[in-house]
Design a protein around this ligand. Structure first.
Ligand SMILES: Nc1ncnc2c1ncn2[C@@H]1O[C@H](COP(=O)(O)OP(=O)(O)OP(=O)(O)O)[C@@H](O)[C@H]1O
Length: 407
């Protein structure tokens, strides 16, 4: 059984290698790595080939032996039938009847025997799938009793949150993390790479639950909300937006299919991408290609922002979402995001709460509050002016470093 598992894992390795190489073909080609990929593919096929050869031989031998045994049994049965008839110990009629039953049933039994290895392989292949299906999720996505009938003002609070990823329990990502974000605040999370900024966003979206401490939204433990409903109130735009191989219109209205053309255009305008789309021969009907391959990084990001704005979230999370935009374009997008109120929905009178994770500090100077993170903790908070005036502060140091690099 172990050999079958090994064979399957080698084939899975090959499939993932091939799909990874195909979807990253530009990187592969630019590093002239095609031959290496082929070598790796051949290498990963060697073991399944060796196993398949041995298994085929075993199967052939079993088949041969069973066929041989069947023919011998056939001959013995025929011979014994003749003997019984000659000795008048059985009538000819009964002997033929018994022989017929024997010759019809025995091949089926032999056939069953040869099927056993195939059945065992099928069970081995299916077992991991059943294990996944049987796995109980710790975060219930659709708890009917959980809160889902309100709208959010967008106050977020982290109370003494300790967090580590389940795959690396020994590494503490957030360590006694405390933060209060008031409704409508535009907050920027900054700090060195690996400080835990994106992990903060992951906890707000409840991709994970904290190990210790509480995340509160509108003063209520995030675990008391219906998860699907909560995620519908939150908009997330990531650095690498996922676009589908369909029209720009469908990509923007993804998840908000009921939106009108006017609303789609307004979202595109807010994301500063309407002008570009209008200039295309097929406008909003332009198909963007596989993973948005026919668009630039900045255009993809702006379409993703438009898609999120159309969702009209109460809380907006931007994880390096404007990193591919030029300064002017970024300024326009950030200004329009800052002014979002959704008051045309008649439900909000204040701005939406937004949390932006950014490396380029020039993009966060207008934030209401800048949170500087270091090693899973809040190192400093304040607005740009306050933080820049603390000469020995982390923010001040990072800001001057980035300004000097530009000069
Ligand atoms: N899914 C995951 N499983 C295990 N560890 C992870 C996972 N995602 C992130 N990490 C680890 O958690 C730590 C914090 O990552 P996080 O992405 O939150 O940092 P960050 O401050 O946003 O970094 P960056 O600015 O480089 O994006 C890192 O050390 C990272 O390796």
């Amino acid at each position: 059984m172990a050999v079958i598992v090994q064979c399957i894992s080698s084939i899975q390795e090959l499939v993932s290698l091939a799909s990874e190489a195909a979807s990253n073909i530009r990187t592969v080609a630019s590093f002239v790595y095609e031959d290496e990929i082929m070598k790796k593919a051949e290498l990963s096929l060697q073991e399944p080939m060796r196993i398949t050869k041995i298994e085929s031989m075993k199967y052939g031998i079993i088949q041969g032996i069973s066929l041989c045994l069947w023919n011998i049994a056939h001959a013995v049965a025929l011979w014994y039938t003749t003997v019984l008839v000659q000795r008048k110990q059985a009538s000819f009629e009964n002997s033929i009847r018994s022989y017929q039953i024997f010759s019809l049933t025995v091949p089926s039994i032999t056939e069953l025997w040869t099927l056993i290895p195939m059945v065992m392989s099928a069970i081995t292949i299916l077992n991991p799938a059943f294990d996944i299906l049987d796995r109980e999720t710790q975060i219930v996505p659709d708890e009917p009793k959980a809160t889902s009938d309100c709208w959010l003002v967008g106050r977020i609070e982290f109370q003494g949150v300790n967090f580590n990823y389940p795959s690396r329990p020994e590494i503490t990502i957030l360590d006694g993390f405390n933060l209060v974000i008031e409704p409508g605040q535009r907050v920027a999370l900054v700090g060195p790479s690996g400080a835990g900024k994106s992990s903060v966003l992951a906890l707000i979206l409840r991709f994970y639950d904290p190990h210790r401490g509480t995340v509160l939204v509108d003063n209520k433990d995030i675990r008391d909300y219906n998860l699907r409903w909560l995620r519908r109130q939150i908009g997330l735009v990531q650095q690498e937006p996922i676009l589908f191989n369909t029209s720009i219109r469908d990509n923007i209205s993804y998840g908000s299919e009921e939106s009108s053309e006017t609303e789609i255009i307004q979202a595109a305008m807010d994301a500063n991408i309407h002008e570009f789309i209008s200039g295309l021969p097929e406008g909003y009907g332009t198909v963007v290609g596989d993973k948005g391959g026919q668009l630039s990084g900045g255009q993809k990001q702006r379409i993703a922002i438009a898609r999120t704005l159309l969702k009209r979230p109460d809380i907006l999370l931007l994880d390096e979402a404007t990193s591919a935009l030029d300064g002017e374009s970024e300024r326009v997008v950030m200004t329009s995001l800052g002014a979002k109120e959704w008051n045309n929905r008649g439900e909000r009178s204040s701005n939406i709460t937004s949390i932006t994770v950014a490396h380029r500090l020039s993009t966060v100077i207008n934030a209401d509050m800048i949170v500087v993170m270091e090693k899973g903790k809040v190192a400093e908070t304040g607005d740009h002016q306050t933080l820049i005036s603390a000469d020995d502060g982390v923010y001040s140091r990072l800001f001057h470093l980035q300004s000097n690099m530009k000069d």
